[in-house]
Ligand binder design. Structure first.
Ligand SMILES: NC(=O)c1ccc[n+]([C@@H]2O[C@H](COP(=O)([O-])OP(=O)(O)OC[C@H]3O[C@@H](n4cnc5c(N)ncnc54)[C@H](O)[C@@H]3O)[C@@H](O)[C@H]2O)c1
Length: 438
């Protein structure tokens, strides 16, 4: 079986199926079609499939022209019909892995996809999980469902894990140039997964098992989470000591080795960093080991929006104003600069805290004209134009996300008070007395 599959991949006749056409799945589709493979995209959301087939992208940093290029190549099609999963030789799974209300791994999407794949599993298929998850998921969640078919892993079909390292909005690296870690369940699964990704990705990094690949992704994200917590904690301390954390980080960054800068902010956001470490701490409990670093980092990061609101309240107070009844214009709803993704964005938490305190809140985000309803937040707001009059009418402007599209001198010029959580106004010279870092 393995030789047949490898031959198909090498000759470019293998078909790739990508399940979950979101921020991770769509760039993968692009790279495999560019690599000359035939790709079928699967999603449960008919609106996404319809948009793609009409040549329209729904992700800001993937232009519609790229989708049209994929369609024109004749190598891409998208469907909601999961019976067609029997066709691809290599199936790459990129479905969500969120947390439940109790901050535990929500594996329902991965399980549902594994069942859909199992329903049509045939000899010679390679199944790869890409969704971020705890070490052990491929062997403990995916495999039992696929094995129910009676087909044998490593012999009849192949199973692997390869973590996605997508960083939306990044210009210096792309899906193709970011090295891809892969871990097979067994020797032949490893051969299959290496061969598959070599078609589309410049550098493939094999590790000894699927669990090692799963763990490498969690290490990367936990490393970020812990280091961001560290600078967030230091920000509060240094502020009290009259020291500017941004200046300190800039100075420390001049060390050519042994230091990597991380930057403070209003809290953690995005689909990965606030969530993934909790997948590991959940798993660690099964082994009777606490992950104290992760818990502590989570605690510090989660407390940041409240800290920002307290700083805003103090700044208003210094100007003889209460937060209750104050008009606050929040800039940047996305969880990081220059993207249209607001999942887990601290801006949402900030808005809710401000509303709780009686503030009249509006927002502006050039990337998110209308606030979509999310699982946790049911706010109905639309982006307010960033005009001189709107800035002047606000008692405070709160910079939550430092989008490049913002004209910061203009903002400071017209605002009465600017609370800056990202040091976005660092280069603004005029009106510094109106800026408070938080
Ligand atoms: N967004 C990132 O930057 C990023 C980076 C690295 C890793 N990841 C990980 O990749 C995974 C996917 O994240 P994403 O950001 O692409 O999510 P997303 O929400 O953008 O996309 C997921 C897609 O899966 C679809 N879907 C849901 N259930 C499905 C099912 N049963 N069958 C088929 N399709 C289904 C959804 O409709 C959606 O289109 C997650 O595990 C995430 O942690 C994300």
């Amino acid at each position: 079986m393995i030789e047949k599959l490898l031959k198909k991949i090498d000759s470019g006749t293998a078909v790739v199926g990508v399940v979950g056409l979101g921020y991770v799945g769509l760039p993968l589709v692009r790279e495999f079609t560019r690599g000359g493979m035939n790709v079928t995209g699967f999603d449960i959301d008919p609106a996404k499939v319809k948009a793609l087939m009409a040549g329209r992208s729904y992700i800001e940093h993937i232009p519609s022209s790229t989708v049209r290029e994929m369609i024109r190549s004749g190598r891409f099609t998208a469907t909601t019909d999961f019976k067609k999963l029997s066709r691809p030789d290599c199936i790459l799974i990129c479905v969500p892995t969120p947390l439940t209300k109790h901050r535990e791994p929500d594996m329902t999407y991965v399980e549902a996809t594994a069942r859909a794949v199992a329903a049509t599993l045939r000899k010679g298929q390679l199944v790869v999980l890409e969704s971020t998850t705890y070490p052990g998921t491929t062997a403990e969640v995916m495999l039992p469902i696929l094995a129910e078919t009676g087909l044998k892993v490593g012999k009849d079909f192949f199973l692997a894990y390869s973590p996605e390292r997508e960083d939306p909005g990044r210009k210096d690296y792309s899906t193709k140039t970011i090295p891809k870690v892969v871990g097979g369940h067994d020797r032949d699964s490893r051969r299959a997964v290496v061969a598959c990704y070599k078609v589309a990705i410049d550098t493939v990094v094999p590790v000894s098992s699927a669990a090692a690949a799963e763990a490498s992704k969690i290490l990367e994200n936990t490393y970020r989470c812990v280091n961001i917590a560290l600078v967030n904690e230091l920000k509060r301390l240094f502020d009290r000591m009259g020291i500017d954390i941004w200046e300190v980080i800039r100075a420390a960054s001049t060390k050519p080795f042994g230091y990597q800068p991380f930057y403070p902010g209003p809290g953690l956001g995005g689909h990965c960093i606030p969530i993934d470490p909790f997948y590991l701490s959940w798993k660690a409990r099964q082994y009777g080991l606490p992950t104290r670093f992760i818990e502590l980092a989570g605690e510090v990061n989660v407390s940041m929006p409240r800290y920002v609101v307290a700083r805003l309240m103090d700044a208003l107070n210094d100007r003889g104003k209460a937060l209750n009844g104050a008009k606050v214009l929040l800039l940047g709803l996305a969880y990081k600069k220059d993207v249209d993704d607001m999942r887990e964005s601290p801006s949402l938490e900030l808005i809710e805290l401000l509303l709780e305190k009686g503030a009249k809140v509006s927002y502006n985000d050039p990337h998110i004209p209308k606030m979509p309803i999310t699982r946790e937040h049911k706010l109905k707001m639309t982006s307010k134009p960033l005009t001189a009059a709107n800035l002047r009418r606000s008692d405070a402007v709160l910079i939550s996300t430092d989008h490049s599209a913002y004209d910061y001198p203009f903002i400071v010029d017209h605002a009465r008070l600017v609370v800056d959580t990202r040091n976005a106004t660092a280069k603004v010279r005029r009106g510094r007395d109106k800026v408070v870092k938080a």
